[in-house]
Design a protein around this ligand. Structure first.
Ligand code: HEM
Ligand SMILES: *[C@@H]1O[C@H](CO)[C@@H](O)[C@H](O)[C@H]1NC(C)=O
Ligand SMILES: *[C@@H]1O[C@H](CO)[C@@H](O)[C@H](O)[C@H]1NC(C)=O
Ligand SMILES: *[C@@H]1O[C@H](CO)[C@@H](O)[C@H](O)[C@H]1NC(C)=O
Ligand SMILES: *[C@@H]1O[C@H](CO)[C@@H](O)[C@H](O)[C@H]1NC(C)=O
Length: 422
């Protein structure tokens, strides 16, 4: 699994039906891309990636301790989850729930997600809204308007909805959860479990800190290239049809080994690391990014672009064909009827345009396995995402075909989970 499909989430912007008639919805959608400024990545993208601070594509120029210090006391005090609470594949969200920034049971509404992630990370409300709406639409419950940060929603949330299957993030394969993660196994090679931490993988990521004991987004990107190769070599069902953003949700403060272990719920030292399930924790004295410089959707777009431009081998579409190391790649030109190619994908609005097209054609396809009727999804995308894309300079793509993905068994692989909570 990887931090996949964040990209989908972004372009999908306002997907969920619960708020479809909400007049704020269209505004949120516009907010998502309002300040999007594609970055010129034609010169030295690797240098750009390496120079990036943990504050994202735009360096934070101010530091205000009072504004940025994250509370880990009072109602935000750390508490291990109860047996019935849900935790999942994302250490950031698990830690948020363990500190009450998200409901401690691991089931959140849009409002709770927005306020919690703003308080903990200064995530832009429009971004948090988009991410949680996408979660509700794909793996949550559209009637109750809640989503799960981990396993399936409990029975009382499972009112049969228009869309919601309530399988949660842990089993959102190809929607949120994807192959090749820096810390987790691929679902297929681990009996559907893509949420448990693999300590060997963790140890390798941990080693990136080096003697300076610092973790940067660039180091994670470099590592992503290695785990991607490893998945291709081992997972017969490896599939990637989405942009993976390689931990775009980077922590904002400087990240050293101590803090890194804390966020991942790991104790011990290299050689004897132990992951204790459900113990992801925000360190003391942790500073979020400044309120004046929130983490926005455009930042994420730019980050994605930088990542792929700096590590072009990671820009892959396709998968293994049923055996390890049988990767067949579809090139960007094939997927877009020649409108885009890998070389010009990062110019202008191309990346955003291409993502939209993949979304438009690809998402209903993989959702069709779990949903009875995808028509509302398609019309929703056209209605709400279309206008945003109208503001971009996109060339009309004729004959694009994500149908090409059907050749890959991993595209259709859809594990569903046991009711284990973490
Ligand atoms: C609404 C906000 C967020 C959503 C929807 C989200 C979702 C996810 C999902 C679904 C995964 C697993 C993807 C996969 O590997 O297959 C993931 C992984 C990850 N997330 Fe988040 N996340 C969010 C916020 C954060 C934040 C704020 C942080 C950092 C503090 C964070 C850090 C990470 C890391 C480090 C991983 C990789 C874990 C690993 O490979 O072991 N996330 N996230
Ligand atoms: C953990 O990951 C390593 C490296 O990818 C792999 O060889 C190993 O089989 C995994 N361990 C478990 C318990 O899944
Ligand atoms: C873990 O490893 C560290 C350093 O390698 C060592 O100092 C420590 O005693 C070990 N702890 C356990 C419990 O083995
Ligand atoms: C992909 O593109 C190549 C040339 O760029 C072409 O030869 C091939 O037929 C295309 N494949 C598909 C499936 O469209
Ligand atoms: C739109 O994109 C086309 C081709 O990608 C380019 O030639 C044109 O200058 C762009 N227009 C604007 C307003 O950026």
């Amino acid at each position: 699994m990887k931090s996949t499909s964040f990209f989908y989430a972004l372009v999908s912007s306002t997907w969920a039906f619960p708020v479809m008639d909400d007049p704020e919805t269209a505004q949120i959608a516009r907010d998502l891309l309002r300040h999007y400024q594609p970055r010129d990545l034609s010169q030295d993208p690797l240098g750009i990636s390496r120079a990036q601070t943990n504050c994202g594509p735009t360096p934070c120029t101010t530091f205000d301790a009072a504004d940025q210090l994250v509370s880990v006391t009072g109602q935000n005090a750390y508490q291990s989850p109860a047996a019935s609470d849900i935790r999942g594949p994302c250490p950031g969200l698990n830690a948020a729930a363990n500190h009450g920034y998200l409901p401690r049971n691991g089931i959140a509404t849009i409002e709770q997600t927005v306020s919690g992630l703003q308080a903990l990370h200064n995530m832009q409300p429009a971004l948090a809204t988009a991410l949680s709406e996408y979660a509700i639409a794909t793996d949550g419950n559209v009637l109750e308007e809640v989503w799960s940060i981990g396993g399936p929603l409990p029975a009382d949330y499972l009112v049969e909805g228009l869309l919601g299957t309530g399988q949660g993030f842990s089993y959102s394969h190809n929607a949120y959860e994807g192959d090749a993660s820096i810390g987790r196994n691929d679902a297929y090679t681990n009996a559907g479990d893509a949420h448990s931490l693999n300590i060997t993988k963790f140890e390798r990521v941990y080693a990136l800190g080096g003697t300076e004991d610092r973790y940067t987004l660039d180091k994670f990107r470099a590592r992503f290239e290695a785990v991607q190769d490893e998945s291709i070599a081992n997972n017969p069902y490896y599939f990637t049809g989405a942009f993976s953003t390689v931990v775009v949700e980077e922590p904002s403060d400087y990240l050293d080994g101590y803090n890194f272990k804390s966020f991942f719920g790991v104790t011990g030292e290299p050689g004897n690391f132990t992951w204790i399930r459900g113990q992801e924790r925000v360190p003391e004295q942790w500073y979020r990014r400044p309120t004046s410089d929130q983490n926005t959707a455009p930042d994420v777009f730019v980050d994605v672009g930088i990542g792929y431009a700096a590590y072009p081998n990671t820009l892959k579409f396709g998968g293994n064909t049923g055996t390890p190391n049988s990767f067949v790649g579809l090139d960007v030109a094939n997927l877009t009827g020649g409108v885009y190619n890998a070389a010009d994908l990062f110019n202008g609005d191309n990346l955003a345009c291409f993502s939209y097209n993949i979304l438009q054609e690809g998402i209903p396809d993989f959702l069709s396995d779990i949903l009875n009727d995808i028509t509302p999804v398609t019309s929703f995308i056209n209605k709400y995402v279309g206008p945003i894309v109208g503001g971009l300079n996109c060339t009309q793509i004729e004959g694009q075909s994500t149908g090409l993905f059907n050749d890959f068994p991993g595209y259709k692989y859809s594990p569903s989970g046991p009711d284990t909570n973490y």
